[in-house]
Design a protein around this ligand. Structure first.
Ligand code: SF4
Length: 343
């Protein structure tokens, strides 16, 4: 386990290959079998109405906007049917923070899905759950327990951005606080649910801010062991209001360094995901030698980062090829990163 000071030195080192080797050593210790996993699932964005106005977000529409929508349940079921038909094992369902949808709406949806499909529901990031609790006037624990009882299987780590309130105040002033994000994940873990942790960097924050984020995630994992994976990605600026101030996106080198740092610093989390959606397939492939042991999802549908100008696409065969070519064995996994019962 490295210290905060060592982590910053590693990030600031110009020795890119050396950083990669350190991360690869941790990856090999945790995954000696040489498998790199991926999942077939679908993002379902049930609404784009949102009241939070995050400056990095090109996905949301304010209430009353003519491009705003709430998907009818039947449309969501159709999307899930397509996912199942394509061999998908899960859905990642997230949406904007709607001020009128109470918990009963979410319970009906989850129950409707579970009645029709045998599919894993990885849904509702921490800000959404905090919003559901507020709109429904319920305590957080009861909110999560009711959603779980209705069919929620696990919770995605979205909405973390950078877990530092000074950064959040600048980029997502209305969205949940660091403590809210922590409370959702700790509460879910205490209820026996697994969650993921994410980081969106490159919004003008410092390495110290990023380290604050890493420390929070590492401490939660130390206490609960509830995170299945850590997934870092970088801010996409196109069509966002923050893009007027943050003129340049992270480079491939910065992404690879952050991926490697995630692997080395968070060695108490089993899986680190090398993403292709924002950096592209070729950088993702390199990421497998910078600590990544998973390439995420085939992603039958994605609306959030594509709203900010990213349009990378991947088929299952493309992902398997890039994994094989990097020297690993590709395996399909489920949402809990289990590969043993799939191919
Ligand atoms: S990031 Fe989420 S909470 Fe923020 S504006 Fe977009 S949809 Fe709303």
């Amino acid at each position: 386990m490295i210290t905060r000071k060592q982590a910053i030195e590693l990030f600031e080192s110009p020795d890119l290959a050396g950083i990669g080797m350190e991360a690869d050593a941790v990856r090999r210790r945790l995954h000696p079998e040489g498998v790199v996993s991926y999942i077939i699932d679908r993002n379902v964005n049930y609404t784009n109405f949102c009241t939070e106005y995050c400056s990095f977000c090109a996905f949301y529409r304010p209430m009353g906007h003519k491009e705003g929508y709430i998907l009818p349940f039947e449309t969501i079921y159709d999307k899930i049917q397509e996912t199942v038909d394509l061999g998908g094992t899960g859905i990642l369902m997230q949406g904007g923070l709607h001020p009128d949808l109470k918990i009963e709406w979410y319970e009906d949806l989850l129950q409707g899905i579970k009645k029709r499909f045998d599919i894993w529901c990885h849904c509702f990031s921490a800000p959404e759950i905090v919003n559901i609790a507020e709109v429904s006037r319920l305590p957080l624990r009861e909110t999560i327990a009711r959603l779980r009882d209705a069919g929620l299987d696990s919770i995605p780590g979205g909405g973390a951005e950078i877990l530092d309130d000074s950064v959040r105040h600048r980029i997502s002033r209305l969205k949940c606080t660091v403590q809210d994000w922590i409370d959702v994940h700790r509460t879910a873990h205490s209820l026996g649910m697994r969650t993921t942790a994410t980081m969106m960097f490159g919004t003008g924050e410092t390495i110290e801010h990023r380290m604050n984020h890493f420390e929070i995630v590492r401490q939660i994992q130390e206490d609960t062991g509830g995170f299945t994976a850590f997934i870092p990605w970088f801010f996409q600026r196109e069509y966002t209001s923050l893009g007027r101030f943050v003129k340049e996106e992270a480079t491939a080198v910065e992404y690879l360094k952050m991926l490697a740092l995630s692997r080395v610093y968070l060695d108490n989390i089993l899986n680190v995901q090398a993403s292709w959606v924002t950096p592209g397939l070729k950088v993702c492939q390199l990421g497998l030698r910078f600590g990544g042991n998973d390439v995420g999802s085939i992603m039958i549908e994605e609306n959030v980062v594509s709203a900010a100008g990213t349009h990378h696409k991947a088929t299952e065969e493309q992902l398997r090829r890039l994994i094989r070519d990097a020297g690993f064995v590709p395996k399909q996994r489920d949402t809990l990163y289990r590969t043993y019962f799939l191919n």
